[in-house]
Design a protein around this ligand. Structure first.
Ligand code: HEM
Length: 141
């Protein structure tokens, strides 16, 4: 990712973080609308789950310029997701729900450049998680 993309992702995430509980609620609402079959995979408290998701996105946006720090954490997350029943094809649905949520939260600030920067960020996270789930750490350098 370019430094300009990283700046766009960080600045836009700071705005969404101000409304983190609402953003998380929007996200899961949209996710289960897009694919209701994903709802039973979530067995815990959804407010807590939303906090964990936002905390992970905060960490990811903060360390995008330090892949050596970020990617091991994301690989572990990907391995844990196998046990949650998550499959490769679910990542596209989650990505769509995330971009939709950012669009709702940012309004006019969700410019094409911001969308592209978030698409690159999510692709990096998802590809890394999926590869780790398949025990292919060499594929996610
Ligand atoms: C960039 C992508 C993703 C991020 C950052 C993310 C983040 C997280 C975090 C931080 C947790 C808390 C537990 C832990 O740390 O292991 C979690 C749990 C979970 N995630 Fe994800 N996740 C992502 C993708 C997905 C996808 C694609 C699915 C598919 C539906 C999914 C479904 C779940 C489920 C089912 C749990 C466990 C919920 C429970 O314990 O009830 N996640 N995720």
């Amino acid at each position: 990712m370019t430094p300009a993309e990283i700046t766009l992702v960080r600045d836009s995430f700071q705005k969404v973080a101000l409304i983190a509980p609402q953003a998380a609620a929007l996200f899961y609402g949209r996710l289960f609308e897009l694919d209701p079959s994903l709802r039973p995979l979530f067995t815990g408290d959804m407010t807590e789950q939303g906090k964990k998701l936002m905390a992970t996105l905060a960490l990811a946006t903060a360390t995008l310029d330090r892949p050596d720090q970020l990617l091991p954490v994301v690989r572990q997350l990907g391995v844990r997701h196998v046990a949650y029943g998550v499959r490769d094809e679910h990542y596209a649905t989650v990505g769509a729900a995330l971009l939709w949520t950012l669009e709702q939260g940012l309004g006019a600030d969700f410019t094409p450049a911001v969308r592209a920067a978030w698409t690159a960020t999510y692709t990096l996270l998802a590809d890394t998680m999926i590869a780790a789930a398949h025990h292919r750490p060499e594929a996610v350098k």
